[in-house]
Design a binder for this molecule. Sequence first.
Ligand code: ATP
Ligand code: MG
Length: 582
Amino acid sequence: MDVIRKSDAVRRQANLSDYDQLSASFRWTDAERLLDGLAGDKLNISYEAVDRHVVHGRGERIAIRWMSKDGARRDISYADLQRETNRFANVLKGLGVAKGDRVYTLLGRVPDLYVAALGTLKCGAVFCPMFSAFGPEPVRARMEIGGARVLVTSQSLYRKKVASWRGELKGLDAVLLIDAGAKAEAGTHDLATLMAEAEPRFSIVATDPEDMALLHFTSGTTGRPKGAVHVHRAVVAHHMTGRLALDLHPDDVFWCTADPGWVTGTSYGIISPLTNGVTMIVDEAEFDAGRWYSILESEKVNVWYTAPTAIRMLMKAGPELAKAHDLSRLRFMASVGEPLNPEAVTWGNRTFGMPFHDNWWQTETGGIMIANYASMDVKPGSMGKPLPGIAAGIVERHGDTVREVSRPMTIGQLALKSGWPSMMRAYLHEEARYAKCFVGDWYLSGDLAMRDEDGYYWFVGRDDDVIKSAGHLIGPFEVESALMEHPAVAEAAVIGVPDETIGEVVKAFVALKPGRQESDALMLELLGHARKRLGPAVAPKEIAFRSNLPKTRSGKIMRRLLKARELGLPEGDISTLESDEK
Ligand code: ATP
Ligand code: MG
């Protein structure tokens, strides 16, 4: 496999130019000093993201460039954002919202969402974003678990998803509609009216660094979503990892394509870019290859953070579309959320002249933990190395103890030593589930990985997804990546199907690129290709074609659902399921 090397020029301009040196000297307390903080050792995410820039004379810089679905554009400067978030905080205060109260949003990617997020934090309340495409049940469940006091949403989302059960949710004091106008229905408020009446000045609530700030539900890829609790101190990691892993420079235009309904869209679609003082692009519309390339070109995006599922769709659309655009301002491209197949990394390199930089983290970790950073030579298929300040390891669990695996390329649990600022502080109301994640000072991620002799980490699969076949431990990622190399394959998902003799047999589900026809001949060709690449013990024994693979709304392939359907078992929690085909 070819390593993608970085030039000296690229290395020099990177924020993280000397990994070994910074890793040896790094202290989170130093990182904290890059931020202002509030008097008396207090800290508030929103002050660091918004007000700090105004205080330091950068208020006129554009914070958010919003692109509406229908092509309109709105620029919001840091000074505008300060005023708007102050107003929102005053609205909450006027409604009696107190420190620690939970403020939920159920909104598309519209400016009100960003104002609500940051205004909530200023007020000392806890921000909990929900994805606007959730159905009524997932919305209700999340609001019940978190004890919602306020909901910010739109008229139509409210009618469709909340109105019918709203009366049963005790404690939900206020529903703010962003578009109700004069005719806000009973029991709701028109947010615009309240905002117009509110003062543009607000004295930010002096939150303690350990005060709860964010409640994020996990993607639900492996089961019922968990509510991960994060505190204001997390901003130290959001800020630092934006600098180191995404290489954000203050003059950058940055685009994180994730929706704030997921942790990536909040940590790196709101907090990290703003604390780093960049201009961030927010696109209201859903994925569209042509639209995305046009935005990259017209907005002169420098740093782009996206996800494997989107990259695979761009690959499906073909490199010609990319090449028809002037993307010369792009300096760094990163990906998160799922394993990024080597094929996607090298496709990026061929098409854009730079690789996609994969990085790994979870809702629980709050921020990027392992990354291919800008100055680093990229080994396609590897997640990169732990960031400075992050101690990672590959461990084996033995009852109540863990042992680090030191032999290179040995599969074990990917674990992290506790102690970075954005680590979750709890799974809300699920103490036992939370406690199970820790052994001694290790946090066990639930993912399996390997580390090579150069210290690069390689994702193998989720603990639940790994296949045990005839004494081999097979990671679905390896098999899927091999299938992805075949020119007909757009996406692949691999599961283990129970088998009396060998434990489990490997079965692959494959979606083809446009213009490719399913056929027995193609199936045999794919089986042969996989056998050649992986050997008979690891290659799939069976391949089924699908026009679509089941995914979460954040774009992750739900292997557990393919497996449940294959075995005729209950589907479990499918509240986050998006595209589907039985
Ligand atoms: P749930 O915990 O509810 O099952 P989830 O784990 O998908 O859902 P997230 O916290 O959004 O919820 O996702 C984190 C997980 O996504 C990681 O534990 C890992 O399995 C996967 N992941 C994220 N980034 C990468 C990556 N770069 N390579 C491989 N896997 C990744
Ligand atoms: Mg998880």
